[in-house]
Ligand binder design. Structure first.
Ligand SMILES: NC(=O)CC[C@H](N)C(=O)O
Length: 228
């Protein structure tokens, strides 16, 4: 599987994503936001950062970058696409996943480790995860997931919630919700389950040198797509 990591002006987790995917033994190229060529990549990753300085709303400008035409076409063809943090914000702005990311409830940028419990029984990213909780770092100011009641019902009914914030035992509590996200939602997928968005950063917890490899356990799930 060939991976492409899109670089927008203001991306700052693109190299973390590349390093992690290389650590996982994958072929990976960077894709410049002004290009129109996905270079034959099977899996596109939108990395974290502050694309276009987070002006207007996070992800609102990047969503109109030239390469997004091809990224959207790729997703609409059923191609795999994942957005992490700012990448998730861009996916939401592009309406490739349901819902929006609002300013954190405490109005602050929050940077800390959180626990995530996998929810979707049949999404590529979560179906094979068997632990109650994974420790993953988060770092954002606009990560409060929100969707209207109908959308929320649809997400729950279709198994489109990927992760919820929880405590270290996997219990989904208000105290474990770091940003006021609706129903502790930390990540969602689209109806076709080929587009994944999550706020915390698995790629920052994937190298043993960094002392936490829970993120690697999550990202390894992607590789199952090559085996089927
Ligand atoms: N690490 C990130 O991608 C977070 C930055 C993001 N633009 C924010 O909400 O603050």
């Amino acid at each position: 599987m060939k991976f492409g990591v899109v670089v927008f002006p203001g991306s700052n987790c693109d190299q973390d994503a590349v390093d992690t995917l290389e650590l996982m033994g994958q072929e990976v190229v960077k894709l410049w936001h002004k290009d129109h060529d996905l270079q034959g990549c099977d899996f596109i990753m939108l990395p974290g950062g502050f694309s276009y300085g987070d002006y207007l709303r996070t992800g609102a400008v990047a969503r109109f970058s030239p390469i997004m035409n091809e990224v959207i076409a790729h997703a609409n063809r059923g191609g795999y696409l994942m957005g992490i943090c700012n990448g998730f914000q861009i996916l939401a702005e592009a309406r490739l996943v349901p819902g929006v990311l609002l300013r954190n409830a405490n109005q602050q940028y929050v940077c800390k480790n959180v626990y995530l419990t996998p929810q979707s029984p049949d999404a590529l990213l979560t179906a094979g995860l068997d632990r109650p909780a994974y420790k993953i770092p988060m770092a954002h100011g606009e990560g409060r997931y929100f969707a209207d009641a109908d959308t929320l019902k649809e997400l729950n009914d279709n198994g489109q919630v990927l992760f919820r914030y929880c405590d270290e035992t996997g219990a989904i509590t208000d105290a474990a919700n770091p940003n006021g996200s609706l129903e502790n939602i930390a990540g969602v997928t689209n109806k076709g389950k080929n587009v994944f968005g999550m706020m915390p950063h698995p790629e920052r917890a994937a190298d043993p040198l960094l002392g936490n490899t829970d993120g690697r356990l999550i990202l390894d799930q992607i590789l199952k797509a090559v085996l089927v």
